[in-house]
Design a binder for this molecule. Structure first.
Ligand SMILES: C[S@@+](CC[C@H](N)C(=O)[O-])C[C@H]1O[C@@H](n2cnc3c(N)ncnc32)[C@H](O)[C@@H]1O
Length: 242
């Protein structure tokens, strides 16, 4: 398999990104939790907490973009059992790998769709989330605009993504783990030589905290703010549509 170009907004990367996730779908969850020593679960729960007021609205509609195997979709479903939750991803094998997490009694649906060209009407959702997905888009600003378009007025976007550690001493240790150890374990368990090399490379090209906040403002979001998670290894960006 050819690896996608990890550079920011690299032209033509969509097809290879989809193929890469299709290849690692069967081992994605296991590796995620092992490689992050389960911290990823805490980050997703924090994301849901920051949406608590919005997802508790009567007849709330929630969209989880680039939902992959549905871990964040599931957290949203548990936190807002009466809401309509939709998980959306363009990689069929990722959705298939996560389907078993959802019981038929849940209202949640998983749909196949491209985050850059979504089949939903303007002003449809109270909350839209995207976890570790934005970085993979071929046009990040367009992705942000699409999220803004789909949010209802008074809706909130939550973007969870790897970011830049804010503790200088932590940076070299984290870089060593992320670029030397993680790709080896990733390749061993998933069988994909590329996916876990693409991960740190794509993070290194992605805008850090303040730049991403600026891009959200440019897309129209108000009250843009972010929370550094685990000293900035990841960040949760939030923005409102008025
Ligand atoms: C790193 S995974 C994140 C999955 C999940 N959100 C999580 O927290 O574990 C990134 C996901 O984004 C999806 N993705 C990338 N580009 C996409 C696009 N343009 N439209 C829809 N899904 C996309 C991939 O198929 C993959 O499942």
């Amino acid at each position: 398999m050819t690896a996608p170009n990890p550079e920011f907004n690299a032209a033509g990367k969509q097809r290879l990104v989809r193929a890469m996730f299709a290849e690692i779908a069967p081992t994605y969850d296991r590796l995620n939790h092992v490689l992050s020593v389960n911290i990823d679960k805490r980050w997703r729960r924090f994301t849901v907490k920051k949406l608590a007021d919005v997802i508790a609205r009567p007849e709330a509609k929630i969209l989880d973009l680039c939902c992959g195997t549905g871990d964040l979709t599931l957290e949203l479903t548990k936190a807002a059992p009466n809401a309509q939750v939709i998980g959306c991803d363009f990689c069929h094998p990722m959705l298939t790998a996560g389907k078993y997490k959802f019981s038929p009694t849940m209202q949640t649906i998983l749909v196949e769709g491209d985050a850059l060209n979504l089949p939903f009407a303007d002003n449809s959702f109270d909350a839209i989330t995207i976890a570790f997905g934005l970085r993979n888009l071929e046009n990040v600003q367009h992705g942000l605009q699409e999220i803004f378009r789909l949010l209802k007025p008074n809706g909130r976007a939550a973007i969870l993504e790897f970011s830049r550690p804010i503790v200088p001493l932590l940076r070299p240790a984290f870089q060593f783990y992320f670029t030397k150890i993680l790709p080896r374990i990733g390749a061993m368990v998933s069988g994909s030589q590329q996916a876990y090399t693409y991960l740190p490379a794509s993070v290194s090209h992605f805008p850090q905290q303040t730049e991403l906040a600026g891009m959200m403002s440019k897309a129209g979001f108000l009250q843009v703010r972010y929370h550094n998670l685990s000293a900035g290894i990841a960040a949760l960006h939030l923005g409102e549509k008025k």
